[in-house]
Design a protein around this ligand. Structure first.
Ligand code: NAD
Length: 336
């Protein structure tokens, strides 16, 4: 297959390129390189690399691909608060225009990296794809706007699908420690305590970054009618956790670490449990490779083996917002 991955230098994209290359697909990547100097270990290069803003790709650039996997985006809630217009421009307007271009270029399949955070705050039962969306951030709103507009392009020649990914965690060549599970474990390893910024009660579905990448591959290979214009939650029912469960998991790996409730954000409004039955119905052969325990064990070994330090924890490299503050100009912003 000929595949274009946008955001291929990101946390999930780095896994995805490696998986596609292992399969023998031809992989082109398009990335602005916002985090190019933030690698944690060697990244598998694609066959063709476009260092470009995906918002500038033309029909010609997209011709002849069997599938576009669109992961490039501003993947950060606080960034949406810092500069809402950039998040809207990249994640919503830019994604819609890329899908339109792909559609005109005759790309048969377009996979959009959406998010379970579109569900926002919801008490009670786990939410399936029919649930009312109640976004609590510009980031989540931008994903909903993109899903809705891209859905209008669906046609016999153009099959979009929306992978509503759970919050990612786990090791990746392009590590991030601004994701809840990675952050708690990083802090325990580097500083000896587990700092919970909320009251620990919010629910969050978690999925290993590599399993999200594996889902993209499964969606590329699935019979068209199964995924056609579908929004599908990516994760597993057993992988909904309260933040305090994640802290307990970290404590098992770093028994000396103490759990500290900093209370900085009070009760986190991002609080939801998600139902993943549809994924099993549509792609019964697809299974997550990791659960939180195995994924965190692997990450723990990586932190220890590579000497993850307090400097790494406090530095900029692994925290998207800290880097983006200096690089807003690359996305058309004012800079901070
Ligand atoms: N990480 C998660 O927990 C999570 C959960 C659900 C959905 N998602 C979505 O999955 C996708 C990938 O997430 P990630 O964690 O790998 O993010 P990331 O920040 O690690 O990677 C995003 C990549 O996109 C690139 N990029 C950003 N704007 C661009 C532009 N205009 N043109 C070209 N490249 C651009 C960046 O340089 C970066 O390499 C995002 O769309 C994100 O919203 C992520």
């Amino acid at each position: 297959m000929k595949v274009l991955v946008t955001g291929h230098q990101g946390y999930i994209g780095a896994h995805l390129v490696a998986l596609l290359k292992e399969r023998g697909d031809f992989v082109a990547g398009c990335d602005l390189g916002l985090f190019e100097d933030c690698g944690w270990e060697r990244v598998t290069p694609p066959d063709r690399e476009m260092r470009a803003d995906f918002r500038r790709l033309s029909e010609r650039d997209l011709e002849a691909f069997d599938c576009v996997m669109h992961l490039a985006g501003i993947s950060n809630d606080p960034m949406g608060a810092l500069d809402p217009e950039i998040t809207r421009s990249v994640n919503a307007k830019g994604s819609i225009s890329l899908a339109e271009t792909a559609c005109r270029a005759g790309v048969p399949r377009f996979l959009f990296s959406s998010s379970c955070s579109t569900y926002g705050k919801a008490e009670g039962a786990a939410l399936d794809e029919t649930a009312t969306l109640a976004p609590v951030s510009v980031y989540a709103e931008s994903k909903i706007a993109a899903e809705k507009a891209i859905a209008r392009l669906a046609s016999p020649g153009f099959a979009p699908a929306y992978l509503r990914n759970a919050t990612a965690y786990g090791d990746s060549p392009m590590l991030r420690i601004d994701l809840v599970a990675n952050n708690l474990l990083a802090c325990a390893v580097a500083k000896g305590d587990i700092r919970i910024m909320s009251d620990g009660t919010p629910w969050r579905p978690l999925t290993h970054a590599k399993d999200i990448a594996r889902a993209f591959v499964a969606f590329m290979l699935a019979p068209r009618e199964r995924i056609f214009n579908r929004a599908v939650n990516i994760g597993a029912n057993e992988e909904n956790y309260q933040v305090r469960d994640v802290a307990d998991n970290v404590r098992k790996l770093v028994p000396k670490a103490s759990i500290v409730y900093t209370g900085e954000v009070g009760h986190d409004p991002r609080d939801y449990r998600v139902n993943f039955d549809l994924l099993g119905e549509l792609l019964p052969e697809f299974r997550l490779e990791y659960d939180l325990e195995s994924g965190m064990e692997e990450l723990f070994r990586a932190y220890v083996d590579r000497g993850f330090s307090a400097g790494d924890f406090d530095g900029e490299k692994f925290v998207r917002l800290r880097i983006l503050r200096h690089r807003l100009d690359r996305l058309g912003g004012e800079g901070a």
